[in-house]
Ligand binder design. Structure first.
Ligand code: NAD
Ligand code: IPM
Ligand code: MN
Length: 366
């Protein structure tokens, strides 16, 4: 079991240290975060990597303990750190809270200014039967714009109109700059992989999507080797189910990327195995790492949540924030081996606990 050690020699030249802000959050967030940190700790020890972890409050935990879903102390903490690891936020307990746990997550993302949310999906060897598809895809990645669109546009809110009751307004807004910077990450990814780039929009209806399509089309002149394919989001949702192999690198605005990445979770058998990185650059730099799933209140506290998405996220942290792709691969390999052995939590059709899956991944790391 030397896969965790393969990268050792190259990095030992000087002791490398990083600080990580850990925000476990709500529901299954703390369970999967603890599991992922055990894996990260193992890999760090093997590689002589010094990590300083500091925990902060976010979401419902922030509301309960500090009166805010993104308390000022957490904001200061994440700006001091090299990378942020988040569990999940939200749950029915805070349904009546004046500020929601989810607002804390959006405030965190916006405060960090990281805009490219990279969400890889992969049908793990041995888990083909967990996919509802007859011919499951091998892998793909959705690059989701994370700081614009309906999530953040103003005006937003409610008013009462005597003749019509209550009116609620959300605003979709995008600038060329916001589109270009995330699209560039997608183009470069498609170029490196030698695959087409699928750009998802709703340009037959929405002005923001028309700007998205125009901007991406203009940019394609800079990437002559990348075949650019445009798809409307409704057709893309259908096509991802019947021909997922066409969706190897996808770029999409915030809301469409949110929806399609959960769809991808369905294609690979469970949301629980998908991790993500949110960055703003190719070089190692600041990053926010979170599994794409939520707080799963239906299974929280039972010790059966799938920790693989959170583990994949720490792998992505090693890759995208610390520039240690070999260390990241060690985690991805250990995750794949665990799955191949049939150590599956109930979401994948197995009966393993979070603890058993974690032990298995640690064993594979050696
Ligand atoms: P969810 O992702 O929490 O759960 C959807 C389904 O997938 C549930 O059946 C759940 O049990 C299952 N599931 C999700 N992750 C799993 C895992 N790791 N292991 C096993 N099963 C898993 O989505 P939801 O139920 O729509 O939302 C619940 C709460 O989470 C809401 O408050 C929502 O806003 C929030 N949420 C937070 C995040 C985040 O913090 N990044 C992401 C999505 C949803
Ligand atoms: C996600 C979640 C969040 C989002 C919510 C909880 C704000 O669904 O990370 O995918 O919509 O971005
Ligand atoms: Mn989502």
């Amino acid at each position: 079991m030397d896969c965790g050690r393969r990268w050792l020699g190259k990095r030992r030249v000087k002791a490398v240290g990083y600080s990580i802000a850990v925000l476990p959050g709500d529901g299954i967030g703390p369970e999967v975060t603890v599991a992922a940190l055990r894996v990260l700790d193992r890999v760090a020890k093997q590689g002589g990597l010094h990590l300083e972890l500091e925990t902060g409050l976010i979401g419902g935990a922030g509301i309960d303990e500090a009166g805010h879903p993104f308390p000022p102390a957490t904001e200061a903490l994440v700006h001091r750190a090299h990378a942020v690891l988040l569990g999940a936020v939200g749950g029915p307990r805070w349904a009546k809270s004046p500020t929601s746990p989810e607002q804390g997550l959006l405030a965190l993302r916006s405060s960090l200014g990281l805009f490219a949310n990279i969400r890889p999906f992969e049908v793990f060897p041995g888990l083909e039967a967990a996919s509802p598809l007859k011919k499951p895809p091998r892998r793909g990645v959705i690059v989701r714009e994370l700081l614009g669109g309906l999530y953040f546009g103003t005006p937003r809110g409610r008013s009462t109109r005597p003749e019509a009751g209550v009116e609620a307004v959300d605003t979709a807004r995008y600038t060329t700059l916001e589109i270009e910077r995330v699209a560039r990450i997608g183009f470069e990814m498609a170029e490196r992989q030698g695959v087409p780039l699928v750009s998802v929009d709703k340009a037959n209806v929405l002005e923001t999507s028309r700007l998205w399509r125009e901007t991406v089309t203009k940019m394609s002149a800079e990437f002559p080797r990348v075949e650019l394919i445009h798809r409307y989001v409704d057709a893309a949702a259908m096509e991802m189910v019947i021909a997922p192999e066409r969706y190897q690198v996808v770029i999409a605005e915030n809301l469409f990327g949110d929806i399609l990445s959960d769809l991808a979770g369905g294609l690979v058998g469970s949301l629980g195995v998908m991790g993500s990185a949110t960055v703003r650059q190719w070089e190692p730099g600041p990053g926010l790492y979170e599994p794409i799933h939520g707080s799963a209140p239906d299974i929280a506290g039972r010790g059966i949540s799938n920790p693989l998405g959170a583990m994949w996220s720490v792998g992505m942290m090693l890759e995208w924030s610390f520039g240690l792709p070999e260390a990241a691969q060690a985690i991805y390999t250990a995750v794949r081996q665990t799955v191949a052995e049939g150590v599956w939590t109930p979401d994948l059709g197995g009966s393993a606990t979070t603890e058993a899956v974690t032990e298995s991944v640690l064993n594979h790391l050696g």
